[in-house]
Design a protein around this ligand. Sequence first.
Ligand code: CA
Ligand code: CA
Ligand code: CA
Ligand code: CA
Length: 286
Amino acid sequence: EYTWDFGDATPIVHDPMPWHSYERPGLYTVKLTVRDAFGTGDVTRAEFNIHIDSPPEISGIDVPDEIYEDFNTAVIVNVSDAESLADLVFYRDIDVLDGSNSDRSETISNDLVIEWEQDLLTDQDEDGILDNDWITSNQSLATLVTLIWENPGEAILRVRVCDGMGLCDESETDVTILPEQDADPSLSDFSWDEWKSWMTDAGSDALGFIALILAALILGWLVMRQPNETEEEAKQNAETYEVEHADDGGLLGMDHHLPPPAPKILSKQERRSDESGYIRPLRRRE
Ligand SMILES: [Ca+2]
Ligand SMILES: [Ca+2]
Ligand SMILES: [Ca+2]
Ligand SMILES: [Ca+2]
């Protein structure tokens, strides 16, 4: 006489080889008692644990507040699974009719398989079916994936999470993809590595270009800076002496002026006299 106690508060079963289905996931201890049919009183007992798998449960999908077209966007699924979190190893007996129903013929993975369909309204792989474009995580964190939506508008993001026994949960969320922001790229958008590789590629042309930039910067500094005291003074002197204005560099009044006019109130003799105080201006020898 067989007596099966499945450990889940269901009635005892006397069938030698019964099938039983559990209503709830969890760990159960199954007890079998075999009594001698001839009434000798001999009893054999056996018990073993079975674990009824619970499906993963998705509690939500985290997406950024603003999603832009052609922009790497990270999304995360919040999911839990009792077996994946448990520090246990699960095995499955592939053949329950081979005389032993506790064979460890297969190890069940505790890892979750997470797949994403980034838009149920778009056929990403162009096979004519809109909702079969599943991709797995491209990040080290399995629950995180980075997606790029190529066009602005509405999309429906779906995620599917399956455990090692193939039980799955699915969830969807609507996302709005905004048109690309057209901001001018700034200098900080370029990394040093980009600069380096760009300079290596451009070779000597790049050096010439940089020299041009430096020249432009120096020129800009000349234009922008205020005249200093010496230059102001020279300008005033130039006005006083009616000197020619120099346009090609140098210090006004020092390098480009004409000699001051010879004073006409002094006679030739007075000009030659030391006592008049007159000093003959120097003339440049040509
Ligand atoms: Ca599970
Ligand atoms: Ca077996
Ligand atoms: Ca799709
Ligand atoms: Ca498709």
